[in-house]
Design a protein around this ligand. Structure first.
Ligand SMILES: C[S@@+](CC[C@H](N)C(=O)[O-])C[C@H]1O[C@@H](n2cnc3c(N)ncnc32)[C@H](O)[C@@H]1O
Length: 323
């Protein structure tokens, strides 16, 4: 959708440069700058957003895209921070945005944050539930279960992510703090973020939330060049610590990645995020490059809880892009 520039006159939106006296924000091409984030997410792409946005923008410009789909949504950092840019003298934005995620708890959380009344209820509930390790462990086991009501499932999902190290939702990763002072800091920060949830409600206003497998959406919109598809699947197992496989929710096996590659070969206007299996001598993603997908090495992202620097070696983040 192209939005008339006149609507923005007189408004100062900070960021990518000056356009007819108006400064426009695309999230900035640096690791700094403010980005919307609702929860921490293991494998999340918070730091990478500005770089990925450059390529989303390229595809959108070239194919005149009207829709953006985040197929394996997670913390939804991309869809929450999509670029705004100039095209044909107007400010360009996607007319339709879809967040798709298999996990019921994450969808319940996003649906509650999106709704101005439910987000208030969620905030009150989280403040009441407090920070408690036993409840945290219970939340991990129950957050996505079908028989848990939406609001409670949203609260459990929030708790499991925000009270675990790096948002990995693992029982042994509860953020306790080494000292009393650390523990107080963690608690203060947790409640500060809960109080901020209502502010994030408007960022989700025009995002459709779908709770399901990515495959039907990719089948429906994959070949349409006017629909940008972004997919950041669970890590390829070859790139993972081999002593700790199958510990996260919804892990993918090698065959799941091979299937995705076969599906992407039939599609256009897509971006795939991840580590490159080829670094581990596995050729599973190679057919994408052979079919003309551009492979971009984004390098190592070191700061923050989602650091890709490991004791053994630095894992580099990649994108595969097909216009
Ligand atoms: C690496 S995370 C995405 C992180 C996200 N890019 C962010 O910045 O927060 C992968 C997500 O894919 C979801 N997922 C796994 N299998 C899926 C499937 N078949 N369809 C849709 N989502 C799936 C997982 O639940 C997880 O939230």
């Amino acid at each position: 959708m192209i939005t008339g520039i006149e609507a923005f006159k007189g408004i100062n939106i900070s960021g990518i440069g000056n356009f007819r006296g108006i400064t426009i924000n695309n999230g900035g091409h640096s690791s700094g700058g403010h980005r919307v984030s609702i929860i921490k997410k293991h494998g999340g792409k918070y730091k990478q957003v500005p770089y990925i946005n450059e390529y989303i923008k390229e595809i959108a410009e070239e194919n005149r895209c009207h829709t953006f789909i985040e197929l394996t949504g997670g913390g939804g950092r991309n869809i929450l921070n999509l670029p705004m840019f100039e095209m044909d003298g107007d400010i360009y934005e996607f007319g339709r945005k879809i967040y798709n995620e298999y996990d019921r708890g994450l969808c319940n959380l996003f649906n509650c944050v999106k709704d101005p009344i439910k987000v208030q209820q969620l905030r009150t509930l989280l403040l009441k539930l407090g920070r408690d390790e036993e409840l945290y462990r219970y939340a991990i086991d129950n957050k996505s279960k079908e028989d848990i009501p939406e609001l409670l499932s949203a609260a459990f999902t929030y708790m499991a992510a925000m009270l675990s190290w790096s948002g990995n939702c693992q029982k042994e990763s509860y953020l306790r703090g080494k000292t009393d002072e650390d523990s107080k800091k963690i608690e203060k920060e947790y409640f500060r973020k809960i109080k901020k949830l209502t502010k994030n409600s408007s960022s989700l206003r025009d995002i459709e939330i779908i709770n399901g497998d990515y495959k039907p959406l990719l089948k429906k919109y994959g070949a349409d060049p006017k629909v940008v598809k972004y997919i950041d699947p669970p890590y390829h197992p070859i790139t993972r610590n081999q002593a700790a496989l199958d510990i996260y929710d919804l892990e993918w096996k090698r065959e799941d990645h091979q299937k995705l590659v076969r599906e992407l070969l039939e599609c256009r206007s897509w971006i795939l995020s991840g580590y490159d299996p080829l670094v581990w001598s596995c050729e599973d993603y190679l057919p994408l490059e052979k079919a003309g997908a551009k492979k971009i090495n984004l390098g190592v992202f070191m700061s923050g809880t989602n650091s890709t620097k490991t004791r053994k070696f630095d894992k580099e983040e990649y994108l595969w892009i097909m216009k």
